[in-house]
Design a protein around this ligand. Structure first.
Ligand SMILES: Cc1cc2nc3c(=O)[nH]c(=O)nc-3n(C[C@H](O)[C@H](O)[C@H](O)COP(=O)(O)OP(=O)(O)OC[C@H]3O[C@@H](n4cnc5c(N)ncnc54)[C@H](O)[C@@H]3O)c2cc1C
Length: 280
Protein backbone atom coordinates (compact mmCIF):
# COMPACT_ATOMS: atom_id res chain seq x y z
CA UNK A 1 0.00 0.00 0.00
CA UNK A 2 1.29 3.45 -0.93
CA UNK A 3 1.25 6.04 1.83
CA UNK A 4 -0.60 9.30 1.34
CA UNK A 5 1.88 11.92 0.12
CA UNK A 6 3.73 14.02 2.68
CA UNK A 7 6.78 16.28 2.68
CA UNK A 8 9.80 14.66 4.29
CA UNK A 9 12.19 16.80 6.34
CA UNK A 10 15.58 15.68 7.65
CA UNK A 11 16.98 18.45 9.89
CA UNK A 12 20.54 18.20 11.18
CA UNK A 13 20.07 19.97 14.50
CA UNK A 14 17.56 20.04 17.34
CA UNK A 15 17.03 23.78 16.78
CA UNK A 16 16.17 23.16 13.13
CA UNK A 17 13.81 20.33 14.08
CA UNK A 18 12.08 22.49 16.70
CA UNK A 19 11.71 25.28 14.17
CA UNK A 20 10.08 22.97 11.61
CA UNK A 21 7.93 21.31 14.25
CA UNK A 22 6.64 24.71 15.41
CA UNK A 23 6.18 26.26 12.00
CA UNK A 24 4.58 23.42 10.04
CA UNK A 25 1.06 22.21 10.72
CA UNK A 26 -0.05 18.57 10.82
CA UNK A 27 3.39 17.09 11.47
CA UNK A 28 4.63 13.72 12.78
CA UNK A 29 8.10 13.01 14.10
CA UNK A 30 9.99 9.96 12.88
CA UNK A 31 12.60 8.15 14.98
CA UNK A 32 13.25 4.57 13.75
CA UNK A 33 9.96 4.57 11.83
CA UNK A 34 9.05 1.01 12.89
CA UNK A 35 5.68 2.08 14.31
CA UNK A 36 5.15 5.35 12.53
CA UNK A 37 4.82 4.10 8.96
CA UNK A 38 2.55 1.21 9.94
CA UNK A 39 0.44 3.71 11.79
CA UNK A 40 0.23 5.95 8.71
CA UNK A 41 -0.94 2.96 6.63
CA UNK A 42 -3.57 2.17 9.23
CA UNK A 43 -4.83 5.77 9.24
CA UNK A 44 -5.06 5.71 5.44
CA UNK A 45 -6.91 2.38 5.46
CA UNK A 46 -9.43 3.81 7.92
CA UNK A 47 -9.86 6.96 5.82
CA UNK A 48 -8.45 9.13 8.63
CA UNK A 49 -6.29 12.20 8.30
CA UNK A 50 -2.58 11.55 7.70
CA UNK A 51 0.25 14.08 8.25
CA UNK A 52 1.31 16.62 5.64
CA UNK A 53 4.87 16.59 6.99
CA UNK A 54 7.18 13.99 8.53
CA UNK A 55 10.27 15.21 10.36
CA UNK A 56 12.97 12.56 10.64
CA UNK A 57 15.25 12.88 13.68
CA UNK A 58 17.80 10.49 12.18
CA UNK A 59 20.41 13.05 11.06
CA UNK A 60 20.54 14.94 14.35
CA UNK A 61 23.88 13.97 15.93
CA UNK A 62 22.90 15.60 19.26
CA UNK A 63 20.11 13.03 19.69
CA UNK A 64 22.45 10.03 19.43
CA UNK A 65 24.59 8.17 21.91
CA UNK A 66 24.96 7.04 25.49
CA UNK A 67 27.31 8.82 27.88
CA UNK A 68 28.20 9.11 31.56
CA UNK A 69 27.97 12.56 33.17
CA UNK A 70 29.17 12.38 36.76
CA UNK A 71 26.89 9.91 38.47
CA UNK A 72 24.29 10.05 35.71
CA UNK A 73 23.88 7.90 32.64
CA UNK A 74 22.50 9.83 29.66
CA UNK A 75 20.65 7.94 26.94
CA UNK A 76 19.78 10.08 23.94
CA UNK A 77 16.43 9.54 22.25
CA UNK A 78 17.77 8.18 18.92
CA UNK A 79 19.77 5.39 20.61
CA UNK A 80 18.69 2.11 19.02
CA UNK A 81 18.04 -1.18 20.82
CA UNK A 82 21.16 -2.59 19.10
CA UNK A 83 23.25 0.28 20.47
CA UNK A 84 21.95 -0.40 24.00
CA UNK A 85 22.94 -4.05 23.63
CA UNK A 86 26.48 -3.12 22.56
CA UNK A 87 27.12 -0.30 25.03
CA UNK A 88 30.11 -0.90 27.38
CA UNK A 89 28.78 1.72 29.85
CA UNK A 90 25.83 -0.51 30.68
CA UNK A 91 27.50 -2.73 33.24
CA UNK A 92 26.71 -3.85 36.78
CA UNK A 93 23.02 -3.42 37.54
CA UNK A 94 22.56 -1.18 34.47
CA UNK A 95 22.92 -4.22 32.22
CA UNK A 96 19.18 -4.50 32.83
CA UNK A 97 18.85 -2.13 29.84
CA UNK A 98 20.78 -4.58 27.64
CA UNK A 99 18.72 -7.44 28.94
CA UNK A 100 15.45 -5.66 28.03
CA UNK A 101 16.72 -4.49 24.63
CA UNK A 102 17.86 -7.93 23.49
CA UNK A 103 14.33 -9.38 23.76
CA UNK A 104 12.64 -6.56 21.86
CA UNK A 105 11.24 -7.57 18.46
CA UNK A 106 13.54 -9.14 15.91
CA UNK A 107 17.09 -8.21 14.76
CA UNK A 108 15.88 -5.81 12.00
CA UNK A 109 13.51 -4.10 14.48
CA UNK A 110 16.25 -3.74 17.13
CA UNK A 111 18.48 -2.23 14.45
CA UNK A 112 15.97 0.58 13.79
CA UNK A 113 13.77 0.98 16.88
CA UNK A 114 14.89 3.73 19.23
CA UNK A 115 14.58 4.36 22.96
CA UNK A 116 12.74 7.61 22.16
CA UNK A 117 10.22 5.90 19.88
CA UNK A 118 9.66 3.17 22.45
CA UNK A 119 8.96 5.71 25.21
CA UNK A 120 6.80 8.14 23.25
CA UNK A 121 4.77 5.89 20.90
CA UNK A 122 1.96 5.50 23.50
CA UNK A 123 1.54 1.77 22.99
CA UNK A 124 0.97 0.51 26.52
CA UNK A 125 2.96 -2.71 26.10
CA UNK A 126 6.40 -1.37 25.11
CA UNK A 127 9.14 -2.19 27.60
CA UNK A 128 11.39 0.85 28.03
CA UNK A 129 8.74 2.61 30.17
CA UNK A 130 8.98 -0.12 32.84
CA UNK A 131 12.76 0.10 32.82
CA UNK A 132 12.79 3.91 33.04
CA UNK A 133 10.22 4.05 35.86
CA UNK A 134 12.10 1.28 37.66
CA UNK A 135 15.42 3.11 37.37
CA UNK A 136 13.76 6.36 38.53
CA UNK A 137 14.82 8.06 35.29
CA UNK A 138 14.07 11.62 34.29
CA UNK A 139 12.84 12.26 30.75
CA UNK A 140 13.90 15.46 28.99
CA UNK A 141 11.96 17.21 26.24
CA UNK A 142 12.49 20.29 24.12
CA UNK A 143 9.44 22.44 23.50
CA UNK A 144 8.54 24.82 20.65
CA UNK A 145 9.91 27.72 22.71
CA UNK A 146 13.30 25.95 22.79
CA UNK A 147 13.00 25.42 26.54
CA UNK A 148 13.90 22.10 28.12
CA UNK A 149 11.26 20.32 30.17
CA UNK A 150 12.17 17.54 32.60
CA UNK A 151 9.66 15.12 34.03
CA UNK A 152 10.18 11.89 35.93
CA UNK A 153 9.37 8.78 33.91
CA UNK A 154 6.90 7.80 36.62
CA UNK A 155 5.00 11.08 36.29
CA UNK A 156 5.12 11.00 32.48
CA UNK A 157 3.47 7.57 32.28
CA UNK A 158 1.11 8.29 35.15
CA UNK A 159 -0.23 11.27 33.21
CA UNK A 160 -0.82 9.39 29.94
CA UNK A 161 2.57 9.70 28.15
CA UNK A 162 1.31 12.38 25.77
CA UNK A 163 3.70 15.02 24.49
CA UNK A 164 3.74 17.77 21.89
CA UNK A 165 7.47 18.20 22.42
CA UNK A 166 10.59 16.47 21.13
CA UNK A 167 11.96 13.92 23.57
CA UNK A 168 15.72 14.45 23.69
CA UNK A 169 17.15 12.10 26.34
CA UNK A 170 16.68 10.11 29.52
CA UNK A 171 18.94 10.57 32.53
CA UNK A 172 19.44 7.87 35.13
CA UNK A 173 21.25 8.31 38.45
CA UNK A 174 23.51 5.31 38.98
CA UNK A 175 23.02 3.34 42.15
CA UNK A 176 25.53 0.45 42.03
CA UNK A 177 24.32 -1.05 45.32
CA UNK A 178 20.75 -1.57 44.10
CA UNK A 179 19.72 -5.05 43.04
CA UNK A 180 17.50 -4.95 39.96
CA UNK A 181 15.56 -7.73 38.27
CA UNK A 182 13.52 -7.41 35.05
CA UNK A 183 11.16 -10.13 33.84
CA UNK A 184 8.97 -10.28 30.75
CA UNK A 185 6.68 -12.99 29.50
CA UNK A 186 6.03 -13.07 25.79
CA UNK A 187 2.51 -13.15 24.42
CA UNK A 188 2.88 -16.34 22.37
CA UNK A 189 5.70 -18.33 20.77
CA UNK A 190 4.74 -16.80 17.40
CA UNK A 191 4.27 -13.18 18.49
CA UNK A 192 7.23 -11.78 20.35
CA UNK A 193 5.62 -8.84 22.07
CA UNK A 194 5.15 -8.98 25.84
CA UNK A 195 2.08 -10.29 27.62
CA UNK A 196 3.41 -8.61 30.75
CA UNK A 197 6.62 -7.25 32.18
CA UNK A 198 7.82 -6.24 35.62
CA UNK A 199 10.83 -4.82 37.35
CA UNK A 200 11.81 -5.14 41.01
CA UNK A 201 14.58 -2.99 42.44
CA UNK A 202 15.77 -2.76 46.05
CA UNK A 203 18.70 -1.70 48.19
CA UNK A 204 19.63 -4.54 50.53
CA UNK A 205 20.58 -3.30 54.00
CA UNK A 206 21.58 -6.20 56.24
CA UNK A 207 18.46 -8.27 56.85
CA UNK A 208 16.19 -5.62 55.32
CA UNK A 209 15.32 -4.29 51.88
CA UNK A 210 15.04 -0.54 51.46
CA UNK A 211 13.91 1.77 48.66
CA UNK A 212 12.05 -1.05 47.01
CA UNK A 213 10.45 -0.20 43.68
CA UNK A 214 8.08 -2.59 41.94
CA UNK A 215 7.01 -1.55 38.45
CA UNK A 216 4.32 -3.41 36.57
CA UNK A 217 3.33 -3.31 32.94
CA UNK A 218 0.08 -5.21 32.52
CA UNK A 219 0.18 -4.09 28.85
CA UNK A 220 -3.27 -2.51 29.18
CA UNK A 221 -2.33 0.53 31.26
CA UNK A 222 1.03 2.32 31.14
CA UNK A 223 3.77 1.05 33.48
CA UNK A 224 2.91 1.78 37.10
CA UNK A 225 4.28 1.13 40.56
CA UNK A 226 2.77 -1.36 42.98
CA UNK A 227 3.18 0.72 46.15
CA UNK A 228 1.30 -1.76 48.30
CA UNK A 229 3.84 -4.47 47.52
CA UNK A 230 6.72 -1.99 47.87
CA UNK A 231 5.53 -1.08 51.41
CA UNK A 232 5.25 -4.72 52.37
CA UNK A 233 8.76 -5.48 51.15
CA UNK A 234 10.28 -2.45 52.86
CA UNK A 235 8.73 -3.52 56.16
CA UNK A 236 9.75 -7.19 55.92
CA UNK A 237 12.92 -9.02 56.73
CA UNK A 238 14.83 -10.73 53.94
CA UNK A 239 14.09 -14.43 54.13
CA UNK A 240 13.62 -17.47 51.96
CA UNK A 241 9.85 -17.20 52.42
CA UNK A 242 9.53 -13.50 51.51
CA UNK A 243 8.87 -14.13 47.80
CA UNK A 244 5.95 -16.46 48.60
CA UNK A 245 4.55 -14.12 51.29
CA UNK A 246 4.81 -11.13 48.95
CA UNK A 247 2.26 -12.68 46.59
CA UNK A 248 -0.47 -11.95 49.19
CA UNK A 249 0.44 -8.25 49.11
CA UNK A 250 0.21 -7.55 45.39
CA UNK A 251 -2.18 -4.68 44.61
CA UNK A 252 -4.77 -6.88 42.89
CA UNK A 253 -6.47 -4.35 40.51
CA UNK A 254 -3.13 -3.66 38.79
CA UNK A 255 -2.82 -7.32 37.84
CA UNK A 256 -6.48 -8.17 37.25
CA UNK A 257 -7.43 -5.58 34.62
CA UNK A 258 -9.24 -7.59 31.91
CA UNK A 259 -6.72 -10.33 32.64
CA UNK A 260 -7.10 -13.98 31.78
CA UNK A 261 -6.41 -16.52 34.52
CA UNK A 262 -3.23 -17.48 32.65
CA UNK A 263 -1.95 -13.90 32.74
CA UNK A 264 -2.74 -13.52 36.44
CA UNK A 265 -0.93 -16.77 37.12
CA UNK A 266 2.09 -15.70 35.07
CA UNK A 267 2.27 -12.44 37.02
CA UNK A 268 2.56 -14.44 40.25
CA UNK A 269 5.18 -16.78 38.77
CA UNK A 270 7.28 -13.89 37.44
CA UNK A 271 6.91 -11.85 40.65
CA UNK A 272 7.87 -14.74 42.90
CA UNK A 273 10.92 -15.51 40.79
CA UNK A 274 11.98 -11.83 40.68
CA UNK A 275 11.68 -11.36 44.46
CA UNK A 276 13.50 -14.64 45.12
CA UNK A 277 16.37 -13.33 43.00
CA UNK A 278 16.39 -10.01 44.91
CA UNK A 279 16.45 -11.72 48.31
CA UNK A 280 19.18 -14.27 47.49
C1 LIG B 1 7.30 -6.47 14.99
C2 LIG B 1 7.59 -5.59 16.19
C3 LIG B 1 7.87 -6.18 17.42
C4 LIG B 1 8.13 -5.38 18.52
N1 LIG B 1 8.37 -5.98 19.72
C5 LIG B 1 8.59 -5.20 20.79
C6 LIG B 1 8.82 -5.79 22.07
O1 LIG B 1 8.84 -7.00 22.24
N2 LIG B 1 9.03 -4.94 23.12
C7 LIG B 1 9.02 -3.58 22.97
O2 LIG B 1 9.22 -2.87 23.95
N3 LIG B 1 8.82 -3.01 21.79
C8 LIG B 1 8.60 -3.77 20.70
N4 LIG B 1 8.38 -3.18 19.50
C9 LIG B 1 8.41 -1.69 19.42
C10 LIG B 1 9.79 -1.19 19.02
O3 LIG B 1 10.68 -1.45 20.04
C11 LIG B 1 9.90 0.34 18.85
O4 LIG B 1 10.11 0.92 20.07
C12 LIG B 1 8.74 1.02 18.35
O5 LIG B 1 8.48 0.40 17.15
C13 LIG B 1 8.92 2.54 18.11
O6 LIG B 1 10.26 2.96 17.93
P1 LIG B 1 10.76 3.77 16.65
O7 LIG B 1 12.07 4.33 17.00
O8 LIG B 1 10.68 2.97 15.43
O9 LIG B 1 9.69 4.96 16.63
P2 LIG B 1 8.81 5.56 15.41
O10 LIG B 1 8.01 4.49 14.77
O11 LIG B 1 9.67 6.38 14.52
O12 LIG B 1 7.88 6.57 16.25
C14 LIG B 1 6.88 6.06 17.13
C15 LIG B 1 6.09 7.28 17.70
O13 LIG B 1 6.91 8.00 18.61
C16 LIG B 1 7.01 9.38 18.21
N5 LIG B 1 8.38 9.80 18.48
C17 LIG B 1 9.50 9.12 18.13
N6 LIG B 1 10.59 9.75 18.59
C18 LIG B 1 10.15 10.84 19.26
C19 LIG B 1 10.81 11.87 19.98
N7 LIG B 1 12.15 11.93 20.08
N8 LIG B 1 10.04 12.84 20.57
C20 LIG B 1 8.70 12.81 20.48
N9 LIG B 1 8.01 11.86 19.80
C21 LIG B 1 8.74 10.88 19.19
C22 LIG B 1 6.69 9.38 16.72
O14 LIG B 1 6.16 10.62 16.29
C23 LIG B 1 5.65 8.28 16.61
O15 LIG B 1 4.38 8.75 16.96
C24 LIG B 1 8.12 -3.95 18.38
C25 LIG B 1 7.86 -3.35 17.14
C26 LIG B 1 7.59 -4.15 16.04
C27 LIG B 1 7.32 -3.45 14.73
Amino acid sequence: MLLNPFTFHAPKSITEAIDLYTRLGNVRLQAGGTFLFNNLKLLKRKGLKTPDHVISLKRIADLKGISAQGNALIIKSMTTMDELMDCPLLKGNLDILKCAAKHIGTAPIRNMATVGGNLTCRYTWTEMPTIMVGLNADLHFMGPDGKEQTISAEEFFHSGAKTEKIFTHASIQKDPKAVIVYRRIKRSPQLDIPLLSLLVRALPDGKKLTNTRVVINNCIAFSQRDRKLEDFMNQSRRSKTLAQEALDHMDTPIYDTRSSEYKKHMFRVAMKEAISTITK
